[in-house]
Design a protein around this ligand. Structure first.
Ligand SMILES: Nc1ncnc2c1ncn2[C@@H]1O[C@H](COP(=O)(O)OP(=O)(O)O)[C@@H](O)[C@H]1O
Ligand SMILES: [Mg+2]
Length: 282
């Protein structure tokens, strides 16, 4: 499969891609017994849509993301990004993991430009300007010549987001990117990510185990069951943007979060007398 990125300069993708995940299952063969990580999982994502995947630990969220990126094979079903059936690594996605994975000996700018250094025929100067613009966008203007050890955890994660976005990927995959951050930094990064998304409208698949984070960020939340993971519920989030943190205190937000909590309660993943009582009444 060829990469679809043939652009010589950044910012030339004027179309975002959709993602189609159809009846996908994944079985890990281990020396003991096979582990069914995902079963008959189907998700359709529109171009430019922000989709959050929320589910309990071990339900196959990371597995799904790695399969979408083509980094591990799926056992059955089909995954396509745009028109491309994913059968091997798809180089045109941007990926952000929980840990920032920066090179200690490279400055911030060097770490971001790493994304395009291996690509031939790209306009490096244009990418340098885009890297500086992205740093500005995430509040790190002027930090381009710092080393990773000079940055806080939140700043390092912002740098890795800039790196993932440098080549303006049509699809951004984020696997619990803010899971290791303290609550206030996490709130700030949710706001920063929203600003980036409003400006660039990438198609985003955002994995989290935080219900509030999922509702705050997404157009649509996909709720996964416990292992083997499968789609238990889909929820469209009709909240206007830009969303401010205070939206989390509104009744509408509370209703969405409550609906997701009830899915977990009905599967026995969350045991809360209050939630159980509500579930019992329906
Ligand atoms: N390489 C692997 N080999 C065997 N089992 C794995 C492997 N990777 C993940 N698993 C298992 O698959 C299940 C799903 O894992 P994962 O996708 O990491 O879940 P999540 O990201 O939702 O926490 C877990 O039970 C995990 O132990
Ligand atoms: Mg995971």
């Amino acid at each position: 499969m060829a990469s679809t990125d043939t652009s010589a300069a950044p910012g030339t993708h004027d179309t975002r891609v959709g993602v189609s995940i159809k009846d996908v299952s994944k079985v890990y063969e281990t020396r003991a017994e096979p582990i069914v990580a995902l079963q008959d999982c189907s998700v359709e994502m529109e171009p430019g849509e922000f989709v959050a995947v929320v589910g309990p630990s071990g339900c196959g969220k990371s597995t799904l993301m790695l399969m979408v990126a083509g980094l591990i094979p799926y056992t059955s079903g089909a995954i396509s990004i745009g028109d491309t059936l994913i059968e091997k690594p798809f180089t045109d996605v941007g990926i952000v993991f929980q840990e920032p994975v920066l090179l200690d000996w490279r400055k911030v700018l060097g770490n971001i430009l790493l994304q395009v250094e291996m690509r031939r025929g790209v306009d490096k100067k244009a990418y340098k300007q885009r890297a500086l613009d992205l740093l500005e966008l995430v509040g790190l203007g002027g930090f381009e010549n710092r080393y990773p050890y000079e940055l806080s955890g939140g700043m390092r994660q912002r740098v890795s987001i800039c790196r993932a976005l440098l080549h303006d990927p049509p699809l951004l995959l984020m696997d619990e990117p803010f899971g290791a951050l303290d609550a206030l930094t996490r709130d700030q990064l949710n706001l920063d990510l929203q600003s980036i998304w409003l400006q660039e409208r990438h198609t985003v698949m955002f994995v989290t185990h935080s219900i509030a984070e999922a509702v705050f960020l997404a157009d649509r939340v996909i709720v996964f069951s416990g292992r083997p993971g499968t789609v238990a519920k889909e929820l469209k989030i009709d909240l206007p943007r830009p969303r401010h943190l205070s939206i989390r205190e509104t009744p509408e937000f509370g209703r969405y979060a409550g609906e997701i909590r009830q899915v977990f309660a009905s599967m026995g993943i969350l045991r809360d007398d209050m939630v159980d009582a509500q579930v019992g009444h329906e």
